[in-house]
Every structure is written in C-alpha cells, then in structure tokens.
Design a protein around this ligand. Structure first.
Ligand SMILES: O=C(O)CCC(=O)C(=O)O
Ligand SMILES: [Fe+2]
Length: 234
C-alpha cells in the first residue's frame, strides 16, 4: 500500500474508499453480533424533534464500552495504524468504536458535518468498516461531496437535496471508508433490508473527546449531549 499517495488522495477528496480491506470471515462474525444486538426493530434514542428535523434514523451501539473485544479490529493492524498516522500525523488519537444501525425502511441521515468546521484543523476522522454489502437496489449508500472538507460550513438548504458534484458510495463487506468529519456527507434511505456501519473514530493530536457533540445539518446545528437545537439555519 502506498500510504503517502493514499494520504494525499484523502486530503484532496476528503475521503478514501478502500475495497476489501478486511477479510470476509471477520466481517461475517461482526455482522452476526450486530444483528444479534439490534434485532429487527430497535428503538431510537433521540427526541422526536431531532428525528423530524435531521431525518436521522440511526441507532448507535458502543460494543467496546460493554467489554466486547470482538470489535478490537484496530489492535495489531499495522496497515490501519500507518494509514491513519500518515493522514493525521504523529500523536493522533483513537476515540471510540460505534456501530450505527438503520433498520429496514429508514431515512438514513441527511447531509451533515460531524463537527462544526470553525477551525479547519479541529476535526474528527471516521474510519468506517462495512460488515455487509451496501447494495444500490436497497439504498443505504454513503453520499459525499468531494473536496467539501475544505469548503467551510455546509450550505443552508434542503436537508436531503442532491448536490451536483456528490459521489454515492456503496461499500461492500470488508471495505474501509475513511472520511473527514468536515466533509459534507449523508446516508441515503434504505429499503429492502437493514444497514450498518462500524466507525472507529479518531482525531489529530489534541482533538477534544466531545468533538462530535455538535453536528451541522443544512437546517440546524444540533447538540447531542443535551438533545438541543443550538442553532436554526435558514
Ligand atoms: O454509516 C455511514 O455509512 C456513515 C455514517 C456517518 O455519518 C458517520 O460515520 O459520521
Ligand atoms: Fe457523519
């Protein structure tokens, strides 16, 4: 793997999609655990106002916080470590592992930035693993606007409207997607099956633990810790 070239590509586009990074066996095991945990119809943990305005229909799970070690895929993976270090620099830090599950027929997530882009150097990094295929015919793809991590704040507008330059990624089982937290991204609605991603969040040295507490949508800024709309955007 040419880490330097991949890091350059990442800083140009704001994301990387690396097919087949993890083995199918490992992904099948994690996928079975994810389905056991959520079942078919998990409850949302957010307020009605948030669900209505953000169109986010995703339920999170933090398996490592429950002492489950099956998700320690970063341990001993030098490729992921080297790639992350080449992108973020020495002293980068791990945050947590979060599985994000959307049940069949969910809206996915509207366009957002995981944290406000007020300071270009302060951001999270999503390292997303897919344990089952995202299939175009079932939706649930990841939308991203290339280069948008350098374009400042997500514009005000239709929360789920298309952008002319958007790319639509349909990661398959075992793929790794690395995505800058300031990149404008969304999850398309899914029909015909549940979908999930497993995110090993990280950040450059000095990234605050709660970097992703305030999320920027096209119609608001939302603060998760207090379940509050902290800014209406219109
Ligand atoms: O589930 C995905 O594919 C991406 C979810 C997302 O918005 C994120 O990880 O920040
Ligand atoms: Fe996100």
């Amino acid at each position: 793997m040419d880490y330097k070239e991949l890091a350059e590509q990442f800083w140009e586009q704001g994301y990387l999609h690396l097919p087949g990074f993890f083995t199918a066996d490992r992904m099948d095991h994690l996928n079975a655990m994810i389905h056991d945990h959520f079942g078919a119809n998990p409850d949302f943990e957010h307020t009605e106002e948030f669900l209505e305005k953000s169109k986010v229909e995703v339920v999170p799970w933090f398996p490592q916080r429950e002492g489950i070690h099956d998700f320690d895929v970063e341990e001993g993976d030098e490729r992921l470590d080297t790639l992350t270090r080449t992108i973020l620099g020495e002293g980068w830090g791990k945050q947590y592992c979060m599985v994000m599950f959307s049940k069949d027929g969910s809206n996915g997530q509207s366009w957002h930035q995981d944290c406000p882009p007020d300071d270009a150097g302060v951001h999270n990094l999503n390292r997303l693993i897919y344990t089952q295929d995202i299939r175009e015919e079932e939706g649930g793809q990841l939308g991203v606007v290339p280069g948008s991590h350098r374009m400042g704040e997500l514009t005000v507008g239709d929360p789920t409207g298309d952008f002319d330059t958007q790319k639509v990624l349909a990661p398959k089982k075992g793929d790794l997607v690395i995505l800058h937290g300031h990149a404008w991204h969304r999850v398309f609605p899914s029909q015909g099956g549940s979908r999930s991603s497993t995110n090993f969040r990280a950040g450059p040295q000095g990234t605050p633990e709660d970097i992703t507490d305030i999320c920027v949508y096209r119609n608001m800024r939302y603060k998760f810790s207090t379940s509050e709309v902290v800014m209406e955007r219109a």
